[in-house]
Write a protein that binds this ligand. Structure first.
Ligand code: CAA
Length: 257
């Protein structure tokens, strides 16, 4: 399928999506977000792909939702169009999604990165929620996901007072997994995606689902959810294969069954 605002590629078993509106620092308009969700869903359904990477370019991952598109809208138009509900699809993928972030990840760009399961950053990455400068607040999960990533005190500063985080700070505060030089961050993100894609697929899927449930459930509900998935995995051929391979000191051959 061809898209207007994104580019897609497959690297071994990693599906790569490049946000491609460089002139406006990958400002996230409705059409781009729909294309992104469609492309992710296509990779999610493709057996040849085991994990996805979303990236921008070296200057900008994304500088936020498209301000030009939003500026004239009334509250009723925003509510009726419910633009952000389209973004929810990004967080609903069953396979792991990694954000490879260089340069600006601001506003909706930071929120998009946080919808992913992991963030690999370049040394030049800058994370922030500058919506306050526009007289609004984050609308795609920033107030909820940032606090879970970096804690309340820092999240307040970022959201109320446009504090920006460098890549090293984002790493230090637990927002990103790894930081690499600009020349290698994308290759490293693809390497990480391919490493995960080479693991037992059903276990990876249920692991992602179980970790994400920690956001939604009480501890006892989450523990019960995890336990059921743990027991369920003993019905898979991959569990028999993985344990047999361990006991016979050989490499496992995963089937995804
Ligand atoms: N929407 C629309 N256009 C944008 C944009 C955005 N979010 N961010 C940048 N652009 C455009 C600029 O208008 C400019 O276009 P022109 O060349 O046609 O003038 C082009 O991208 C380059 O930007 P700058 O000239 O501003 O580049 P700079 O290097 O001087 O500054 C920047 C870079 C600090 C990222 C600055 O562009 C900026 O502050 N951008 C806006 C960041 C922002 O406020 N994001 C939050 C958006 S609201 C949101 O995301 C809501 C939500 O929660 C969903």
């Amino acid at each position: 399928m061809s898209y207007e605002y994104i580019l897609t590629e497959v690297h071994d078993r990693a599906g790569l999506i490049r946000l491609n509106r460089p002139r406006v620092l990958n400002a996230l308009n409705v059409a781009l977000m729909n294309e992104l969700a469609d492309a992710l869903a296509a990779f999610d359904a493709d057996e040849a792909v085991g994990a996805m990477v979303i990236t921008g370019n070296n200057r900008a991952f994304a500088a936020g939702a498209d301000i030009e598109e939003m500026a004239p809208r009334s509250a009723v138009e925003m509510l009726t169009a419910d633009m952000i509900s389209g973004w929810d699809r990004i967080a609903q993928m069953r396979k792991p999604v990694i954000a490879a972030v260089s340069g600006y990840a601001l506003g909706g760009g930071c929120e998009l990165a946080m919808m992913c399961d992991m963030i690999v950053a370049s040394e030049t990455a800058v994370f922030g929620q500058p919506e306050i400068n526009l007289g609004i607040i984050p609308g795609a999960g920033g107030t909820q996901r940032l606090i879970r990533a970096v804690g309340k005190a820092l999240a307040m500063e970022i959201i109320l007072n446009d504090r920006r985080l460098s890549a090293d700070e984002a790493y230090q505060f637990g927002l990103v997994n790894r930081v690499y030089p600009v020349d290698s961050y994308l290759d490293e993100a693809l390497r990480l995606a391919n490493e995960i894609a080479a693991r037992a697929p059903i276990a990876v899927r249920l692991a992602k689902e179980s970790v994400n449930k920690a956001y939604e459930m009480t501890l006892s509900e989450g523990l019960a959810f995890e336990r059921r998935n743990f027991y369920f995995l003993f019905s898979t051929e991959d569990q028999k294969e993985g344990m047999d391979a361990f006991l016979k000191r050989r490499d496992p051959q995963w089937k995804g069954r």
